[in-house]
Write a protein that binds this ligand. Structure first.
Ligand SMILES: [Zn+2]
Length: 209
């Protein structure tokens, strides 16, 4: 196990084990599909301070959601600007631009609502946990935030290997971690057997169209 924090390099207090999932979205004539394969098991660590800071942040939904809220705020402002300019200056195609502006404003309102709702749910879920479990959950969030999210064209995601995931059925893993059915079965086998063989031909394709 690495003895350094993945975020700050300080002494690790929370050891992390994670199974890497590589997903390649493919857009073709037949609609969108994804190719997915399991990567290696990754090991990391998170220090007490980073986990604590993350927990404090997650318990405050508005502060936790702030970076996303600022982005939606920028789009909202752009939507308002389109509306204002259309009213003031445009004679032709007025309706098209008005509709574009209104669409941008609606997207923003829905986006802000969704971001705040998720942040509130997260905060409530953490509050319901015993402190030790809440700190472990926060340490996992630190790990996810610091771990690589892309490798070439592949999106990288991670499944925590801990008591909770080991107790789950492969159907739960599929839903929780957006896995293809075959990959969920493979992931279940891998985290239970500690199987570290990495066969790159072992990937699966699914049509989503
Ligand atoms: Zn740290």
């Amino acid at each position: 196990m690495p003895d350094k924090c993945i975020r700050c390099g300080g002494p690790s207090a929370y050891p992390i084990r994670a199974l890497e999932v590589r997903t390649l979205p493919v857009r073709g004539l037949g609609g969108e599909r994804k190719i997915q394969a399991l990567g290696d098991e990754k090991q990391g660590g998170v220090c007490e301070r980073c986990a604590h800071e993350q927990l404090i942040l997650s318990l405050d939904p508005v502060r936790a959601a702030k970076p996303l809220l600022i982005r939606f705020g920028a789009v909202f402002a752009a939507g308002l600007l389109i509306e204002a300019l259309t009213f003031l200056f445009l004679k032709d195609n007025r309706q098209v631009f008005l509709l574009l502006g209104i669409a941008a404003l609606i997207c923003c309102v829905l986006g802000i609502y969704d971001v705040l709702k998720k942040a509130k749910e997260k905060s409530a879920a953490l509050r319901a946990l015993p402190e030790k479990k809440a700190m472990e959950a926060a340490a996992w969030d630190v790990y996810l935030d610091s771990a690589p999210k892309k490798e070439n064209e592949n999106d990288l995601s991670y499944i925590p290997i801990n008591e909770e995931t080991l107790a789950r059925k492969n159907g739960d893993l599929m839903v929780l971690y957006h896995l293809l059915p075959e990959i969920a079965v493979e992931a279940w086998n891998k985290i239970h057997k500690g199987d570290k063989t990495d066969d790159p031909s072992h990937c699966h394709v699914q049509d989503q169209g």
